[in-house]
Write a protein that binds this ligand. Structure first.
Ligand SMILES: [Zn+2]
Length: 226
């Protein structure tokens, strides 16, 4: 009788290593499992004794793509970067929003209750940076566009946010403009300056105001119906 022995590699899942859920860069929703190839000593082709680990890697349970172990750090870093970027964009958006809303509400020399309520509602929407926004609100309320501060916030927003985000900011500033029921000349001129500062056409002013007025009308109709 003769004995057949040899070695062969077997793939194992590393059970103590957490699965990276829904993070396969190839198919976008596969889970990455930590795997290792271990060489086994075989007797009659049956693995008997585990030998050395040949390779460790991550494998997608859906599309079967394989990645080296560095993928874990890359994924964690990009998650953190995405979170950081979102947080920053939100801050830039909120600062420009509060600065322009406040500026718009004082430009006619009269800070109306309805205007203040719209601004406070906007600030409430950003609970985690509320204190910073209150500081900007107070500063602009007292000093207006001193040192060009309002336009600096708008410029920052223009350089970092999408046009959709900018239109959103100006639409909310326009809500303030309409809040006390009448549009003063200063308010109209200022809104046009904002549009230019945001790199948007000045004519957009009429589109914005028409849209908001129509929305107001439906709101009033709804309130009357209730
Ligand atoms: Zn995959």
């Amino acid at each position: 009788m003769f004995i057949i022995f040899g070695t062969r590699g077997l793939k194992h899942t590393v059970s103590e290593s957490p699965v990276l859920s829904n993070s396969c860069p190839n198919c976008n929703n596969g889970n990455l499992e930590n795997k290792l190839y271990r060489r086994w000593f075989t007797l009659f082709f049956i693995p008997i004794i585990p030998l050395d680990v040949v390779d460790r890697f991550y494998e997608c349970d859906s599309c079967k793509s394989a990645y080296n172990e560095g993928i874990k750090t890359v994924l964690q870093r990009s998650q953190e970067e995405i979170k950081e970027n979102q947080k920053h964009a939100k801050l830039v958006f909120a600062k420009a929003l509060v600065a322009s809303m406040t500026h718009m509400s004082i430009i006619d020399g009269d800070f109306a209750k309805e205007e203040e309520r719209e601004i406070m509602d906007a600030i409430e929407g950003f609970s985690e940076i509320k204190d910073d926004l209150m500081v900007i609100h107070q500063d602009v309320k007292e000093n207006g566009n001193q040192n060009n501060q309002v336009f600096n916030f708008l410029n920052e927003a223009r350089s970092q946010l999408s046009s959709e985000a900018l239109i959103n900011i100006l639409a909310q500033a326009a809500v303030v403009l309409l809040a006390d029921g009448s549009i003063e000349k200063e308010e109209e001129d200022l809104m046009k300056e904002y549009l230019i500062a945001c790199g948007l056409p000045k004519d957009m002013y009429h589109t914005l105001i028409d849209k908001l007025k129509r929305k107001d009308m439906t709101k009033i109709k709804k309130e009357q119906m209730n």
